[in-house]
Write a protein that binds this ligand. Sequence first.
Ligand code: 6PG
Length: 251
Amino acid sequence: MGVAPNVIVVADPGALAETAAGLVVDAAAEAVRARGRFALVLAGGATPRATYARLAQAPFRDRVAWDRTWVFFGDERAVPPDHPESNHRMASEALLSRVPVPPAQVFRIRAEAEDTDAAAAEYARTLGEVLGCRRGELPRFDLVLLGLGVDGHTASLFPGSPVVREVFRPVAAVHAAAALIPERITLTLPVINAAARVVFLVAGAEKAKVVRAVLGEQATLPAAMVRPEGGGLVWLLDRAAAALLATPEAR
Ligand code: 6PG
């Protein structure tokens, strides 16, 4: 068992967005101080939207060195960037169009490509080039934001998928039969676990059972396999999502 995750319980989705925005600001400040740049991976789905919107507002907006920030995505669905189900579109609407991050420092996953394996390999090459990796070295993000599906998936790492067992490639194309849009491209566990910090954003009563499973003994669920080597793992939950945990005291 690695370092125990830090579980933070807040009252509601609004408090979760506020707290998450603060965690992003803290991670950015530490990364820029230590490495001169902040490599941030954005989560998809619906939950993070409120966090991105809060981050785009004062005081958080003005506390991030956006000119020193490089933005990546944890996964993307096989849809064009203007599609309602696009994670890039959600992040652009809620955050990227509202802060002065240079567009050349935002790296979209081209999951709509005909050949998603080639697009995954292309994204992996981009990560290596932008983050200055030596050959065979894993890209090291400063902060990876993740969501949690009710089945225990995170990013597009779904239970039973062979990609969950990937040990070399940092990025992979997946076919997630259970997902609304099955064809996706996702970061893999090795590159997620190489990050300095990982923060899960989880809200809502429908997630309470899977939160208990992932934080309990079901270490085989993909989200439970997120164990950053440096130990920087935070589970940020609202009270409803934490309801089945032993001591869900809200902050
Ligand atoms: C995606 C996300 C996925 C998401 C979970 C939770 O592309 O859908 O990467 O892992 O975080 O499905 O989604 P909600 O926040 O919408 O519940």
